[in-house]
Write a protein that binds this ligand. Structure first.
Ligand code: HH2
Length: 276
């Protein structure tokens, strides 16, 4: 899943793709690098961020989705929003996946929209809200708490008419979590996978990687790769990243190592002549 932030203030690429042309070019590049899903967002959820008005969010994302859909890229389009009106406009523009970082809590009507439109969704765990979520987050046992939350939100979505097969779950790395909480969730990701739905992980460029490596936000690709490879080994299915090509390549090697590898099943395996 490649990230397309049409925002002035996202934590790692704010302002780079606010212009529709720039966002569209970036989206097509990520698709060409092998992204299966493009996650288009018009509101930053970084710690301390302020909410964006609905009109403005819609104005940012809809033209990008329309133009990427019209370009015919072979990629699924996701809308990263917690507002049903924005999601509805995005679905009209060609999106078929709703990534709601509030797991339908900001507006429970989002569940009905996803059900009615027959699209897929991702329900993510977040403790508190972006403005304050990093102010001293606490859990009993972080993995058990996140797992219980995701189980409850999955049950809510299903009760509202969303087929279970259309729901993916995300532990919400960096959303109301300390460094230790993030590491514990990754270490025990198999417990979240045990819920039986595909698991999405988003570690890309996040500050906990900088806490370990001392690297600035634009220099966290090695940490991003390490955590995604580990998440794959623990059973994650979708990897939300800013840099698609290098992560995809690392995941292809990790997947071939974890399970049986076949040259025909792997589109990135073009260099089979190497003798080393
Ligand atoms: N992380 C971010 C945003 N949306 N969605 C899911 N499902 N999982 C995540 O981990 C996740 C997410 C934060 O990353 P980014 O979009 O680059 O930053 P910002 O919120 O500042 O735009």
């Amino acid at each position: 899943m490649g990230v397309v932030n049409v925002t002035p203030d996202s934590f790692s690429d704010g302002g780079l793709f606010l212009d529709t042309d720039d966002a569209m070019r970036h989206a097509l590049e990520l698709a060409a690098e092998g992204a299966d899903i493009l996650d288009v967002g018009g509101e930053s959820t970084r710690p301390g961020s302020e909410p964006v008005a609905e009109d403005e969010e819609r104005r940012r994302v809809v033209p990008v989705l329309e133009r990427v859909a019209a370009a015919g890229a072979r990629v699924q389009l996701s809308i990263d929003t917690s507002k049903p009106d924005v999601a509805g406009a995005a679905l009209d523009a060609g999106a078929t996946y709703v990534n709601d970082v509030t797991a339908f809590r900001a507006d429970p009507g989002m569940a009905g929209l996803v059900a009615e439109r027959g699209v897929e969704c991702c329900l993510m765990h977040m403790l508190g809200e972006p403005r304050t979520m990093q102010d001293d987050p606490r859990y009993g046992d972080v993995v058990s708490d996140v797992k219980a939350f995701l189980e409850e939100r999955l049950a809510f979505a299903v009760a509202e008419g969303v087929p279970e097969e259309r729901v993916m779950l995300d532990p919400g790395i960096g959303f109301g979590k300390t460094l230790e909480h993030n590491l514990e969730l990754l270490r025990r990701l198999d417990e979240i996978v045990a819920l039986g739905r595909p698991v999405v992980v988003g570690t890309s460029r996040k500050s906990f990687l900088g806490r370990i490596t001392g690297r600035e936000v634009g220099e966290r690709l090695p940490g991003t790769i390490a955590t995604n490879v580990l998440a794959l080994e623990r059973g994650a299915s979708v990897f939300r990243v800013h840099e698609v090509a290098p992560v995809r390549e690392a995941l292809a090697v990790a997947a071939a190592t974890v399970g049986p590898w076949s040259p025909t099943a792997n589109p990135t395996s073009t260099t089979t002549k190497s003798t080393r």
